[in-house]
Design a protein. Structure first.
Length: 489
């Protein structure tokens, strides 16, 4: 295979869509698999859609996902991505080359004329497209009138000239050979009336001069590929290889849309998804390296990546599966990393004064019961401060006639416990239950109520060990006082 050079070429229109991240990720995996290079190019030729700060947001989101780029051109003393708005002269030059070769032409149609032409006629079988035989362009006006309009500086665009009898064939790595008739391809605008290039011209010119070997992009660009293939041939350039990725769908099998929920990478990052889990999930949207498992390291994804194994059909973005995958990573990520991820949420909740060792012990206590590290303060607030409220209905259900007696006895037993760990707490409770001829449930439920105020959580004895002897005894004694005062009645 020739040297691999790929690119990710987003428009700076806001956030990084999860579909954009998958495109970037597949380019990255492909490049790394073959020891090639990946380039970032900002396609900002449509200035009406430009969003301030979007480029920085795109780069930050990509870097959070672990995607770095191999080439940074220097512009104005700074290094950054390639930016199309800084390359307009190159595109204008190549529009003129197409004009000189007869592969493009001037068109002087007004917006009103174009609207009238493109309005769907009742009973029409095919969608309307630009018809150069009836519009005001170089071929219908003739050379003299065209020159007169040019001399008058009348507004014009430059359009690609597709011969109606042409057969444009290209190969897609994922979809195979595709042939499109010239009659079915629009005469695309290449240079707009304001002198700005369209996506199609700038895209092809940049990919050629950046020596892009493979174009890996979303399925929505498949209808544009015949125009691009024709442009490569018109310039006399070697075509890159194409691969169009399947659409991302929601669980209703509709195209993933902002209207139906979060689709921005930054939204998932803010919710607390692990980078590795999120990237793992995104990588499997249309591709599975082995089919026998779901969890892969980035190194394994690079090793196994193969465009020929990417599916043609749409891939479902299933949030339930994403959450499951996140929980799997909670189990395998080092505790020190989990502590760092939990810190912002803890500090926001006013729980910032605890050392790493204690926070790590709390995380290990509950990490199989939560989906995100930012859930920690809400899931176990009693591990970081006094119990603010008790689940009254749970207390009424689990606090029995002999519960107070059991609690008072256990307080005295645990006051004498110099070890105060799971084994000693459990052993003492079990011995007490055998002595009284009762089951363990009437002991553990009151212990959970008194020390956490909650009906669910980690094991009662494990929780007590992390809370520590002094805190547990104080809470148990305080609970008895509240019970005697009628607080829970």
């Amino acid at each position: 295979m020739k040297d691999v050079r790929v690119r990710f070429a987003p428009s700076p229109t806001g956030y990084l869509h999860v579909g954009g991240l998958r495109t970037a990720l597949y380019n990255y995996l492909f490049a790394k698999h073959f020891g090639g290079k990946m380039i970032l190019r900002i396609e900002d030729t449509d200035q009406s859609r430009f969003v301030e700060g979007a480029v920085d947001n795109l780069i930050n989101s990509l870097r959070w996902a672990g995607i770095e780029f191999d080439e940074s051109p220097e512009v104005g003393g700074k290094f950054g991505p390639y930016v199309q708005s800084e390359r307009f002269e190159l595109y204008r030059k190549h529009a003129q080359i197409l004009l000189d070769k007869g592969h493009a032409y001037y068109a002087f149609d007004t917006p009103e004329e174009l609207l009238a032409m493109r309005t769907q006629k009742p009973g029409a079988v095919v969608a309307p497209k630009y018809d150069r035989l009836v519009m005001k362009n170089q071929y219908t006006l003739g050379a003299i009138e065209t020159k007169r309009l040019m001399d008058m500086k009348a507004p014009y665009v430059i359009r690609l000239r597709i011969p109606p009898d042409a057969e444009i064939t290209f190969t897609d790595i994922i979809r195979g050979d595709i042939t499109v008739l010239g009659w079915d391809v629009d005469d695309q605008i290449l240079l707009k009336s304001d002198g700005y290039p369209t996506y199609h011209l700038a895209n092809v010119v940049d990919d050629h001069f950046m020596e892009i070997s493979h174009i890996i992009r979303g399925e929505e660009w498949l209808p544009s590929t015949p125009k691009h293939a024709f442009l490569y041939d018109a310039f006399g350039w070697e075509r890159p290889e194409f691969a169009h990725l399947p659409l991302l769908l929601n669980t209703s099998k509709q195209k993933l849309s902002k209207r139906q929920g979060d689709v921005a990478v930054e939204d998932f990052r803010a919710k607390g998804y692990f980078r590795s889990a999120f990237v793992n999930f995104i990588a499997l949207l249309g591709f599975n390296p082995t089919g026998d498992r779901e969890i892969y390291t980035i190194e394994e994804l690079i090793e196994y990546f193969d465009l020929s194994k990417v599916n043609k059909s749409g891939a479902v973005f299933d949030l339930t599966k994403l959450e499951w995958m996140n929980t799997q990573y909670i189990k395998i990520v080092p505790t020190s990393e989990l502590v760092e991820l939990a810190r912002p949420a803890l500090e926001s909740a006013g729980f910032g004064g605890f050392d790493d060792e204690y926070v790590g012990r709390v995380i290990n206590l509950v990490k199989e019961r939560i989906h995100f590290m930012n859930e920690l303060p809400d899931f176990v607030p009693y591990m970081f401060g006094d119990i603010k409220e008790f689940e009254i209905e749970y207390i009424k259900k689990r606090w029995e006639e002999n519960s107070k007696e059991i609690a008072l006895d256990l307080i005295e037993i645990y006051k004498k416990d110099d070890v105060f760990n799971h084994d000693s707490l459990y052993g003492a409770a079990k011995a007490y239950a055998e002595e009284k001829g009762i089951k363990l449930g009437p002991i553990t439920h009151p212990l959970r109520i008194m020390t956490t105020g909650k009906s669910v959580g980690a094991g009662a004895f494990e929780t007590m060990e992390v809370l520590g002897k002094e805190t547990c005894i104080q809470r148990m004694e305080k609970f008895i006082e509240l019970w005697d005062s009628g607080t829970f009645i």
